[in-house]
Design a protein around this ligand. Sequence first.
Ligand code: ADP
Ligand code: MG
Length: 238
Amino acid sequence: MASVELSHIRKTYGALEVIHGVSLSITEGEFIALVGPSGCGKSTLLRMIAGLEDISDGEVLIGGNVVNSLTPRERNIAMVFQSYALYPHMTVAENMGFNLKLSGVAKPEIKKLVGEAARMLALEDLLDRKPSQLSGGQRQRVAMGRAIVRNPAVFLFDEPLSNLDAKLRVQMRTEIKTLHQKVGTTSVYVTHDQIEAMTLADRIVVLNAGRVEQVGTPLELYRSPANLFVAGFIGSPA
Ligand code: ADP
Ligand code: MG
């Protein structure tokens, strides 16, 4: 696992600035929830940490090293999206091992790593199935498995549960937290669901229109919201 630091990050699309100088220090092993209304810049920020989006200004550090010019693969991060983007023609095992194969990992090693991840996610009996033969929750688990096999230093989640029904969402929430602890990784978890953020996170970052409004533990934000926006978002009395 690795620390993640954002230093005065800005993002502009043409003449429009959507992230206005965000700074944030995330400790090794921490579970951070990044919350805020739709369009406030959560995905953009996450994609800049991942290296999927250029940074207009500022620095991203992972494990203390500036990674601005590194590719996503070189950053040793894994990202889980709400659309699982599994390959429909591949089995669960092939989907989970695909990135390892691309990296040139030998077949027996791929089998071992996929097996370990499958055990952790209770997917052992489903390894030969195709994605179309899985439930939504199982597909999401495969997507997480695909991320875990690479033993990432940092896990990035972008609203991974928003396509699931309410009951499954609660169950998967617990699984994600367990996974974070078992794998021993640093996690940044984007959600617009306050309850999800409150139950999962060590600290919550509240983003509004490209700026950080407040950073704190769920209890700190609930008890002492910095302003009405945070109070309204967290649902606490201001
Ligand atoms: P969130 O994930 O919080 O809903 P996003 O990070 O997706 O927000 O978007 C933040 C802002 O950046 C929005 O105003 C969005 O319209 C804008 N934006 C995102 N991607 C692009 C793009 N490729 N070109 C122009 N504007 C974009
Ligand atoms: Mg988004």
